[in-house]
Ligand binder design. Structure first.
Ligand SMILES: [Zn+2]
Ligand SMILES: [Zn+2]
Length: 302
């Protein structure tokens, strides 16, 4: 199935309207009075494999963010500063994604109580989940070209400062060039950085997935948050069954492993797992900061 041929274009204006004609990622605003030519629609999160793409999987993004998401600008690391800017982009975007995912998780863990109080706000859930998925996708899109790393020899040339021919790109951090050589090569430092960044993505995706489980446990689709067919039927709570959402087409996961002895969804266990994954991600962030520093040393302290 060609994703490009998916029939979602008809809903463009409705998506722009919902998102106030502003980019959902960077907030850049084309204004409601201007035409929407600088706005694009992008699909985020899991998208059903067949049928029309539902609005719950579509967000407004600006041209720049759209290009980043779709990697139509392939990154070229022909200069040390450009390589380092990309690394800084990844770390900046990851600190953003941590708070976005944490907000979604916090909203999800409050769902059971909210629904009990009759405050089931579908739109807020959908928006929070979209933001988390979009933020994760933006990190992936920035990280991918770094992982398709430049050739070793090119990296060593960058580290030695012979590729761009300038040595005055060195940030003035007080250290004079000619100190002890860095303990790591640029390529191993870059690899360690990418490993830490990828590990953080996995922790955060786990948080989203566990939060999705709360929606499903409440009988709702984790994408569009409408009721799953037969949600009031006890058979639906069969831990081994997965069901397709009649509204958006997403396949809700089976929830085996999250049941207590009575077969009820163990919300407390889910909350605990969400907290664990969030804590793991904050540890990884510390490692990521350290690895960014090592890459900087390899790049600039030659
Ligand atoms: Zn943007
Ligand atoms: Zn759905």
């Amino acid at each position: 199935m060609e994703s490009d041929s998916r029939p979602w274009q008809a809903d463009r204006e409705a998506i722009f309207e919902r998102d106030n004609h502003a980019c959902r990622y960077c907030d850049s605003d084309s204004g409601p009075d201007t035409d929407s030519s600088s706005c694009r629609v992008a699909a985020v999160g899991d998208v059903a494999l067949e049928g029309t793409v539902h609005e719950s999987a579509l967000v407004t993004v600006c041209d720049d963010c759209f290009r980043t998401l779709h990697r139509s600008q392939d990154a070229v690391f022909d200069e040390r500063t450009r390589l380092f800017e990309t690394i800084r982009d990844v770390t900046r975007r990851q600190s953003d994604v941590i708070s976005t995912v944490a907000s979604f998780a916090s909203l999800a863990t409050q769902l059971p109580a909210a629904i009990e109080d009759g405050e089931n706000d579908r739109a807020t859930y959908v928006i929070a989940r979209q933001d988390a998925c979009l933020a994760l996708a933006m990190v992936d899109a920035t990280l991918d070209p770094l992982e398709r790393a430049p050739a070793e020899s090119d990296l060593e040339a960058l580290a030695a400062g012979t590729a761009d021919g300038t040595s005055d790109a060195v940030p003035n951090d007080g250290d004079e060039a000619g100190d002890d050589p860095p303990a790591e090569t640029l390529s191993t430092a870059l690899e360690s950085f990418c490993t830490a960044a990828r590990s953080l993505q996995r922790d955060l995706r786990k948080v989203v997935e566990l939060s999705d489980g709360i929606a499903v446990g409440l009988g709702c689709c984790y994408g569009c948050f409408t009721g799953l067919e037969g949600a009031d039927d006890p058979a639906v709570l069969d831990p081994d069954s997965s069901r397709q959402c009649p509204t958006c087409g997403l396949e809700s996961p089976a929830l085996e492993g999250w049941r207590d002895g009575d077969g009820d969804l163990a919300f407390d266990a889910l909350y605990g797992a969400i907290n664990d994954s969030l804590q793991a991600s904050s540890k990884t962030t510390t490692a990521l900061t350290a690895r960014t520093q090592v890459v900087a040393e390899c790049l600039f302290e030659t």
